[in-house]
Design a binder for this molecule. Structure first.
Ligand SMILES: [Zn+2]
Length: 188
């Protein structure tokens, strides 16, 4: 399936998901999210789709600034599939009704060897590993490591069953997002 390089979703003034375009839908299907996402996801708050509390807090701060300043802000994140690295730039625009529009633009895509850890159908055991919600880095005993590097070095990625993924936010992403928010505020 040829995926759209730009997808859009919108929330209302209470942060509830109220609209997704066809591209967003195709992307969701390609990533094996529920085909019935529209019935299941519409009306839920945006924050129920993000598992890390710190990332939620940072996104909420940025969104608050966007609504207050009535101008768009940009940030980045990764949303990979097992064999493809994908980096997105997200533009958050305020809407007249107090809601906001999120435009997700694919800015980097590259095929790489399959990383089974990202295969949502692979069986999971009692072990778990922490992944950064924003950049997909993996927390290792020696600190946060890029996903591809961690996949090469950590034998647990080849283990059967695979570890469960829990989500966090790495220090680098925390710093970057704080900086983005501060820069946005300073720009007035
Ligand atoms: Zn990160």
């Amino acid at each position: 399936m040829e995926l759209q390089s730009i997808t859009t979703h919108r929330i209302d003034a209470e942060d509830r998901l109220v609209y997704t375009d066809d591209g967003w839908r195709e992307f969701a299907i390609d990533n094996h999210y529920s085909l019935f996402y529209e019935q299941h996801l519409m009306g839920y708050t945006l924050w129920s789709f993000i598992s890390d509390k710190t990332l939620i807090h940072l996104y909420q701060s940025l969104l608050h600034c966007v609504r207050l300043a009535r101008k768009p802000a940009k940030t980045r994140y990764r949303c990979d599939s097992p064999g493809v690295l994908r980096e997105f730039e997200m533009t958050i625009r305020p809407l007249e009704n107090g809601g906001a529009e999120f435009e997700n633009r694919l800015i980097r895509i590259s095929k790489r060897p399959m990383i089974r850890l990202l295969d949502i159908f692979a069986p999971r055991g009692p072990e778990w590993v922490t992944m950064c919600s924003r950049c997909k880095a993996i927390k290792t005993p020696g600190g946060w490591q890029e996903l591809e590097q961690a996949a090469l070095e950590l034998s647990l990625f080849q283990s059967d069953p695979l570890p469960e993924i829990t989500h966090g936010l790495c220090e680098a992403c925390y710093e970057v997002m704080l900086e983005e928010i501060e820069t946005f505020k300073e720009a007035g």
